[in-house]
Design a protein around this ligand. Structure first.
Ligand SMILES: Cc1cc2nc3c(=O)[nH]c(=O)nc-3n(C[C@H](O)[C@H](O)[C@H](O)COP(=O)(O)OP(=O)(O)OC[C@H]3O[C@@H](n4cnc5c(N)ncnc54)[C@H](O)[C@@H]3O)c2cc1C
Length: 439
């Protein structure tokens, strides 16, 4: 039981219940928090944002399709009516496992159980120029930066004489042909083909190029070959230029160097080519993988640390049965968060914990209006049926009825009107800020 008050300057009330701290209100964190017994544990959630983000729809924020508030939900609202639950807005800095102490930027707090659900961040593989000039898309602020940059660059293209520079303001290069890159390329081409020409009569958008660069031999490498083939066909139909077997080796503020020897010119370089875990300081180094994920057993327990667990993207569950960590996807995070809560509930009743088994519910990617691909265990779908399936699943997974309704209305409006009304530069993107962050 937690007794120490001297190490509680986050002002969490003392309680006879064991204190469970969960770092991160993402998919894993909120599922864990919902399923943990609130009668038997004190729950403290810490997050650097005061909201949960539905990351699969971030690309629609970046491409002016949805407002950020329709894919986000205040974390306090999710747990508002639960007993013994507390939230603190803070950045977790490190854990001291021997003292069962967590250090944050607003103070420190002891725990009985610590759950790390910090997710993942963009991996630039140590390429400094990419970090400086490319746009990531892992969070709401980053998606809004991207939305602003795309619109600012189109405005800027009207103000330059030099043909090559004008073109570089219009062209967009996406690095990474996974689901995020493919969905982004599809949404940008819809913007280019249907929406922007209505706003800018001075620009011939047939001259705008959207490139997607993938170092593997096919797009959507994690899906079936049929899905990859169809996704490429759909994108090329929309006019996207697909580069396969090619990687980006360097860049500056206008040039993107390709491993094939070529160069693409753009002021909008988008990086979706790598992710890494967000392990926190203090975890035994032997339990942190090269990709900065935390090694856990089949009960999500961190090896070499007592009462510390990790779930979701940050966890690399390597067991005898499972020599490769699970993919960094929402379903893994949700299922791990749910089972860990159940296991902690069981452990208080002195019952044995249940080992984790991932139930793969399928993979989907949408390319645009009426075009998507879906791989399920027993059926593979492409085109309109896959698209409706994608719409339905994403709508149902969104947190909150209001968000579902707002997104549904937005999608219906865009479908009938070929318009997306959110082409707003609310918070202009300033390159200087990104350069400073990159340093
Ligand atoms: C653009 C994009 C599209 C995606 N599309 C899909 C898709 O279509 N289907 C799919 O299954 N998956 C998709 N994913 C992956 C999916 O979103 C992740 O697998 C999932 O979010 C992982 O959940 P999580 O709970 O582990 O982490 P997250 O959801 O990332 O949550 C981590 C939380 O931890 C907080 N945090 C991190 N570090 C700290 C710290 N030090 N202090 C305080 N708080 C901290 C963060 O603020 C965040 O709220 C996509 C991801 C992205 C980025």
């Amino acid at each position: 039981m937690n007794t120490s008050l001297s190490t509680n300057n986050l002002f969490i009330p003392s309680s006879p219940l064991p204190r469970v701290i969960i770092i991160g209100g993402g998919f894993a964190g909120i599922e864990f928090g919902k399923k943990l017994s609130h009668e038997k544990f004190q729950l403290v959630m810490l997050d650097r944002h005061n909201y949960h983000t539905f990351q699969p729809l971030l690309y629609q924020v970046a491409t002016s399709g949805l407002e950020p508030d329709s894919i986000s939900m205040p974390l306090r609202k999710i747990f508002a009516h639960r007993k013994n639950s507390y939230f603190r807005l803070c950045e977790v800095l490190a854990v001291e496992p021997d003292k069962k102490l967590l250090r944050t930027n607003i103070g420190q707090l002891t725990y009985d159980y610590l759950i790390i659900a910090t997710g993942s961040s963009t991996n630039y593989f140590g390429m400094e120029n990419i970090m400086r000039y490319a746009m990531p898309m892992k969070s709401v602020p980053e998606a809004l930066d991207l939305r602003s940059l795309i619109l600012q660059n189109i405005e800027q293209s009207l103000l330059v004489d030099d043909k090559k520079i004008r073109q570089s303001f219009l062209d967009i290069v996406i690095v990474g042909g996974g689901p995020t890159g493919v969905e982004l390329a599809g949404a940008l081409s819809e913007l280019k083909n249907h929406v922007l020409p209505n706003d800018y009569s001075e620009i011939d958008f047939r001259l705008m190029n959207i490139h997607i660069v993938e170092m593997g031999a096919r797009l959507l490498g994690g899906m079936s070959e049929k899905a990859s083939e169809k996704a490429q066909e759909f994108l090329e139909d929309f006019g996207v230029k697909v580069w396969l077997g090619v990687s980006v080796t360097d860049c500056n503020d206008i040039e993107v160097k390709l491993s094939s020897g070529g160069t693409l010119f753009t002021k909008t370089l988008i990086w979706t080519a790598g992710v890494q875990g967000m392990a926190i300081d203090g975890i035994p180094p032997a339990s942190v993988t090269k990709g900065n994920r935390i090694l856990v057993d089949e009960f999500s327990k961190v090896s070499g640390a007592e009462n510390i667990f990790a779930v979701g993207d940050v966890a690399a569950m390597v067991t005898k049965e499972n020599s490769h960590p699970h993919p960094m996807v929402a379903q893994v995070a949700i299922q791990q968060g749910r089972l860990l809560a159940k296991n902690l509930n069981l452990s208080l009743r002195k019952k044995p914990m249940i080992p984790f088994r991932y139930r793969d519910l399928g993979t989907l990617a949408t390319i645009g209006r009426n075009r998507a691909v879906a791989d399920f265990a027993f059926v593979r779908l492409q085109g309109r049926i896959a698209w409706f399936t994608w719409l339905f699943i994403h709508l149902m997974q969104l947190v909150g009825f209001r968000n579902r309704l707002v997104v549904l209305v937005n999608w219906m409006w865009s479908y009938v009107s070929y318009d997306s009304a959110i082409r707003l530069i609310i918070r202009p993107f300033i390159r200087r800020k990104k350069l400073q962050e990159g340093q």
